[in-house]
Ligand binder design. Structure first.
Ligand SMILES: *[C@@H]1O[C@H](CO)[C@@H](O)[C@H](O)[C@H]1NC(C)=O
Ligand SMILES: *[C@@H]1O[C@H](CO)[C@@H](O)[C@H](O)[C@H]1NC(C)=O
Ligand SMILES: [Mg+2]
Length: 262
């Protein structure tokens, strides 16, 4: 009667011993599928870089100059391996459900504001040459890139743009790009990518040169409201597109872990 219980006890004891280190390692690597964090984050300090990216998107990390060197692979992988598109799609779903709840007046004053760089047009190819934001902002290099007018559309935003026009919104494109040096190239680029039919493209000029994006864009939106427009939605990849005055009834932040505009 006693004999068979001893091996049973021994087995339970050894099972415990075997399981202990397992549960410890499970706590060190809490990913549900069991793969180590570095394999999904493109190497480097994966967990730190995910936290850094969340901090950037949530506007907890501000006024940063460059992507931390150890996060280049994480940012690159985020931008080109599909998660960026996935995140954009989720924002679009939220925008579309908000759109359907808006009581339109059909008086030509229901308005929507879109930013241009990395909202309508993608500068990903340019930032690839800048190690996905690990290199400091290069105004000369960026101007050379932008003046070619070859930035591709961010296609979910182009779809949104067309949906807004179809619904009867007046769409205002508000950009920090300089009117004199980049005006024509920007118009050409928007048109060659299918952004046709917007109400106005507003570029930075005159008194706004040298002002922060928050000040400049707030002022532009305030002027639109003074003209009678109701800004229902405002979409941008920078918090400076979305903060300040006359921000619109809803703001939508698109992901951008590659640079920060104050
Ligand atoms: C917002 O409006 C207030 C009052 O007009 C003004 O003092 C403030 O500077 C504005 N803020 C920005 C960011 O433009
Ligand atoms: C939208 O925002 C404007 C300006 O802040 C406000 O007056 C209006 O009540 C808001 N409308 C809705 C439906 O939230
Ligand atoms: Mg932008």
């Amino acid at each position: 009667m006693i004999k068979p219980q001893i091996p049973l006890l021994l087995i339970s004891f050894f099972t415990l011993l075997i399981m202990l280190p397992k549960s410890t390692s499970a706590r060190l690597h809490p990913r549900r599928d069991g793969t180590p964090p570095s394999s999904s984050s493109g190497g480097g300090d994966g967990k730190f870089c995910l936290s850094w990216r969340l901090g950037v998107e949530a506007n907890n990390v501000v006024a940063w100059g460059t992507v931390p060197r150890e996060c280049q692979e994480e940012v690159e992988s985020y931008m080109i391996d599909g998660q960026y598109e996935e995140d954009l799609d989720l924002v679009m779903q939220q925008i579309f459900s908000f759109l359907n709840s808006i009581p339109l007046s059909f008086d030509s004053f229901d308005a929507w504001v879109l930013d241009v760089d990395d909202t309508c047009l993608s500068n990903l190819y340019y930032y690839k040459t800048k190690r996905f934001g690990c290199e400091p902002y290069d105004p000369v290099g960026f101007r050379a890139w932008a003046s070619k007018g070859g930035s591709p559309a961010i296609s979910p935003v182009l779809q949104l743009f067309n949906k807004l026009l179809e619904k009867g919104f007046k769409v205002f494109l508000v950009t920090g790009r300089d009117q004199e040096t980049l005006g024509q190239a920007t118009i050409n680029n928007l048109h060659n990518q299918g952004f046709i039919g917007y109400q106005r493209l507003i570029l930075r000029s005159g008194e706004y040169k040298g002002q922060s994006a928050v000040r400049y864009k707030s002022d532009i939106r305030q002027k639109l409201e003074k003209e009678g427009y109701r800004i229902w939605g405002n979409v941008g990849d920078q918090w400076s597109d979305l903060r300040g005055n006359s921000t619109g009834n809803r703001t939508f932040k698109l992901p951008n872990p590659m640079y920060f505009v104050p």
